[in-house]
Design a protein around this ligand. Structure first.
Ligand code: PHE
Ligand code: FE
Length: 286
């Protein structure tokens, strides 16, 4: 993801990338990846969108150790024409969008420390690669991510980055997808989190609402705890079609005159799948 306007660290290229320098990882770092991987791999079958599991498989992500980005990019390039490039941390919005628009996913090259196994503030290689990369092997999701990058370039010129960022948050990071009568996970922030992968699907605390583009763009989000509302898409095809066919410029303009919504708000017009008790959020703000 992105941050306001950090300074470009020394040793990074103009596009903020660095060599991954795979040989630098210690045995303990590879072991930490394996531990995180095993924990999520045990949790996800039956909970995650089938396209995610298919991606883990074609990209051979179950191979032990932190993935080598060159090797990963070779496989991903064959599947959908995407690459994974290393960055030392968060990058500015415009840099992030430019990479996405060119089918390059920027991934942090560092791994969390053992005491951050359940929680960390900056996305590391486990979140970025395990969470995001499997779905980039899905042709439709891959196109959505590129379209999002192109949309980001436009939004920058319209002072609408915050609205577009909400779309990313509630789909790419924390999205749920309908699967027959049930729901499945696909957002990277959920699938890379041990706690939230159960919470998002099974806890009675959060709201689960049908995805609505304009509604999502009005909705603030929290970055410090599990989400209070998840938005549910019907399919990746539907997400791509809706976002591609809509010119966001008039939408951004219209939203200027509408108030933002709090994360837990439910509107009379919402398609409510689950009305959450919000007990988790209340307990944590008390
Ligand atoms: N249709 C969007 C626009 O007009 C571009 C976009 C596509 C944004 C897909 C996000 C996802 O800006
Ligand atoms: Fe992310």
């Amino acid at each position: 993801m992105t941050a306001a306007t950090p300074m470009r660290p020394e040793g990074t290229a103009a596009d903020w990338t660095v060599p991954q320098d795979w040989k630098r990882y210690t045995p303990a770092e590879h072991a930490l990846w394996d531990r995180l991987f095993a924990r999520q791999a045990a949790m996800l079958p039956g909970r995650v969108a089938p396209a995610f599991l298919a991606g883990l498989d074609v990209l051979r992500l179950s191979k032990p150790g932190i993935p080598d980005f060159d090797e990963l990019s070779d496989r991903l390039m064959k599947a959908t024409g995407w690459q994974v490039v290393a960055v030392p941390g968060l990058v500015p919005d415009d840099v992030f969008y430019e990479h996405l628009a060119n089918r390059r996913f920027v991934a942090g090259n560092f791994i969390r420390t053992p005491d951050q196994i359940d929680y960390l503030e900056e996305p590391d290689v486990f979140h970025d690669v395990f969470g995001h990369v499997p779905l980039l092997a899905d042709p439709v999701f891959a196109d959505y991510m590129q379209a999002y990058g192109e949309g980001g370039r436009r939004a920058g010129g319209m002072d609408a980055i915050d609205k577009l960022a909400r779309l990313y948050w509630y789909t790419v990071e924390f999205g749920l997808i309908r699967d027959g009568d049930g729901l499945k996970l696909y957002g990277a922030g959920i699938v890379s989190s041990f706690g939230e992968s159960r919470f998002a699907l099974e806890d009675d605390s959060p709201n689960r609402l049908g995805f609505d583009l304009r509604r999502v763009m009005r909705t603030r989000y929290r970055i410090d705890d599990y989400q209070q509302t998840y938005f549910v898409i019907d399919s990746f095809d539907d997400l791509l079609r809706q976002t591609q066919e809509t010119d966001f410029a008039p939408l951004y303009a219209a939203l200027e005159t509408q108030a933002d919504l709090d994360p837990e708000t439910i509107l009379p017009t919402d398609r409510v799948i689950t009305r959450g008790s919000q007990t988790h959020a209340r307990r944590h703000s008390a």
